[in-house]
Design a protein around this ligand. Sequence first.
Ligand SMILES: Cc1cc2nc3c(=O)[nH]c(=O)nc-3n(C[C@H](O)[C@H](O)[C@H](O)COP(=O)(O)OP(=O)(O)OC[C@H]3O[C@@H](n4cnc5c(N)ncnc54)[C@H](O)[C@@H]3O)c2cc1C
Length: 293
Amino acid sequence: MNQGQDLIVDQRYDLIVIGSGPAGISAAINGVIRKKKVKVFGISDLSEKLTKAPRIDNYLGFFGVSGMDLKNSFANHIQKMDIQITEEKVDAVYAMGDHFAVSTRLNMYEATSVVVATGVSIKKSIPGEDVFLGKGVGYCATCDAPIYKNKVVAIVGYDVHAEEEANFMLDVASKVYYIPMYKPIKKIREGIEILEKKPKEIIGDDHAKKLLFQDGELEADGFFILKDSVDLDQLVPGVEIAEGHFKVDRHMETNIPGLYAAGDCTGKPYQYLKAAGEGQVAALNAVSYLDNR
Ligand SMILES: Cc1cc2nc3c(=O)[nH]c(=O)nc-3n(C[C@H](O)[C@H](O)[C@H](O)COP(=O)(O)OP(=O)(O)OC[C@H]3O[C@@H](n4cnc5c(N)ncnc54)[C@H](O)[C@@H]3O)c2cc1C
């Protein structure tokens, strides 16, 4: 979780939405229309899977748009409804009985209900990543930071959220390398060495030792692979998973009362309109849950 700072609980929300893709945005607007106090976590660009789509022909009412155009329409919609995105990565959601505690690296938030709409990660693992997981390879730099005090750390970041972890690591490690797998870089602290190279493999013996690139290699004590989404059962301890996705009923409710899921993270087909529809169903059922308490 966090590294010794006092977690700040700002206020209790009716609904926290985790994810700013079509599922999360749709959940948020429906929650706000029903006059609930809603907070959304994600990225200002909403979703990489939106901005990267070259052409979309199956989103009702938007024939032939680019993903960027659809993203702009979504952004315009939430701006008109005064919905802001909090650009913090959620590390964990804990069911506390009558509410949920949602933790990011720096803060703790509380909500009576939660919709998880984190999408699925399509990023392939780097060969060797699984072999050395827990032996010099990790997925949460801030969690493992104390282990790397005064050591050399390499961080492969798949989205802007990873920058926060790299910046934090600079206070702990003797040297931090940052290997961005996206563009543009937003805010990396001076002192971090950026390597614009494509990782090929992680090698070592009983511990990870080197990250190999097409052209060259990097020696380090620790390697962090920071993907855009966290493993679902790691994100929500105690949640039921079926074939790699959240197990939900027709109300988009998980096995944890008050906790809903929507979009790609509930399973295939992976499509915008299915995601937006599920976000709506999840939010409206969260509203019923809130009203019936
Ligand atoms: C290149 C491409 C083209 C596509 N074309 C089409 C198409 O033409 N038609 C179609 O219907 N579908 C298409 N898709 C599929 C579509 O993109 C997905 O089905 C859709 O984006 C799913 O929406 P979602 O809201 O579930 O998740 P996503 O859009 O993946 O959004 C998830 C959001 O959650 C955020 N997030 C994740 N974890 C956390 C965390 N721990 N804390 C805070 N935020 C977090 C992510 O940053 C992201 O913003 C395409 C996908 C790609 C990659």
